[in-house]
Design a protein around this ligand. Structure first.
Ligand code: PBG
Ligand code: ZN
Length: 364
């Protein structure tokens, strides 16, 4: 152990006339042989001694600018309907969406991700790329009203539109990758035509980002961004969403296309594939069970990283807070901040409105 202070005669503290340094302290200082980066020299509690110091040293700052609010728009309803498994979250008729977005924007949240719930479905989900489909109509109306003041992201997938609720086209009882790609690119193009700023393919088909980029560019939509649902897992935490969006598969499950939650190396390959295919933004989903994957994605790429804190993550916190088992404000703040700390630049969350309110009244 290096001896720091007692070695050099001239650096020791001498008791001179009129200077009344206590002997004990003098001895401690002069004979200290330990590390200055360990107790008792290092005292981390110094960093926490007042609120002002804690604020000064705060490393992660969540901002309302980081937040994206998911919005469900449903065809064929006249008033908003609360989603049973997601208290406080609603499906909106197209006529009520502008009012809702007004409120979102007034809280400072300037991005939404739109999910459509059509009134008719079929085997191949053709209504998903209809220029008069629910998402296309809503996007156009919202962009006409808000223009560049609001970022509209659209989810590009088939599960809400197919009668079997799988994310792709079925051939020989299997979800067929390449047939699905051509439908996904039609959906994305129809969203871009309607004015979507960002299209977000979530079907977990191989090559979906590349196919969308090619289609958009061929049709002069070079300026439409693509946010890849890059590492999207088959997760139990999507259950409330399937309740909300009527998209529970009628047979089988999504394990042949969504990722297993056990595999982080494979998640990295998905991330790298979307980088290669031209994604502008990479996403990890769900968020809280995957803070390690968010961190790794951030280290692996120079792209903005989005994290989707999904329906089940919302419902768990909401249910616990309704029961007063956790404090909603504190729990939401802690969880969303941890997602940012892990490396997410963009946080998609059903708590976004609540978080915006919290940020507005506390300075976080
Ligand atoms: C559509 C889609 C889903 C989610 C986002 N896009 C559902 C799914 O894959 O089953 C989940 C969002 C959530 O749970 O909040 N593919
Ligand atoms: Zn899907």
């Amino acid at each position: 152990m290096k001896k720091y202070s007692a070695a050099a005669e001239d650096s020791t503290i001498q008791e001179s006339q009129g200077n009344n340094i206590n002997d004990d302290i003098k001895n401690i200082i002069n004979n200290f042989t330990g590390s200055y980066n360990a107790f008792p020299k290092m005292r981390l509690r110094r960093l926490r001694k007042s609120e002002a110091i804690r604020d000064l040293l705060q490393e992660t700052h969540l901002s309302v600018k980081d937040l994206v609010f998911p919005l469900f728009v449903q065809e064929g309803i006249d008033e908003r309907i609360e989603i049973e498994s997601m208290p406080g979250i609603f499906r909106f008729p197209i006529g009520e969406t502008l009012k809702e977005i007004e409120e979102i924007v007034s809280l400072g949240v300037r991005s939404i991700v739109l999910f459509g719930i059509p009134s008719k479905k079929n085997d191949t989900g053709d209504i998903s790329f209809d220029n008069n489909g629910i998402v296309q109509k809503a996007t156009k109306m919202i962009k006409d009203a808000f223009g560049d003041k609001l970022v509209v992201i659209t989810d590009v997938c088939l599960c809400q539109y197919t009668s079997h609720s799988h994310c792709g086209i079925i051939k020989n009882n299997k979800v067929d990758n390449d047939h699905t790609l051509s439908t996904l690119s039609k959906i994305a193009l129809s969203h871009a035509i309607a004015g979507a700023d960002i299209v977000a393919p979530s079907a977990m088909m191989d090559g979906q980002v590349k196919t969308l980029r090619d289609t958009l560019d061929r049709n002069d939509y070079q300026d439409t961004l693509i946010m890849g649902y890059s590492a999207k897992q088959a997760s139990s935490f999507f259950s409330p969403f399937r309740d909300a969006a009527h998209s529970l598969p009628s047979f089988g499950n999504r394990l042949s296309y969504q990722m297993p939650f056990t595999n982080s190396r494979e998640a990295r390959r998905e991330i790298m594939a979307d980088m290669e295919e031209g994604a502008d933004i990479l996403m990890v989903k769900p968020a809280i069970p995957n803070l390690d994957l968010i961190y790794t994605a951030k280290q692996t790429s120079l792209h903005p990283i989005a994290a989707y804190s999904v329906s089940g993550e919302y419902s768990m916190i909401k249910a616990a807070s309704i029961n007063n088992w956790v404090d909603e404000v504190a729990a939401v703040t802690e969880l969303l901040t941890s997602i940012k700390r892990a490396g997410a630049d963009i946080i998609i969350s059903y708590h976004a409105k609540k978080m915006a309110e919290i940020l507005a009244c506390k300075k976080n």
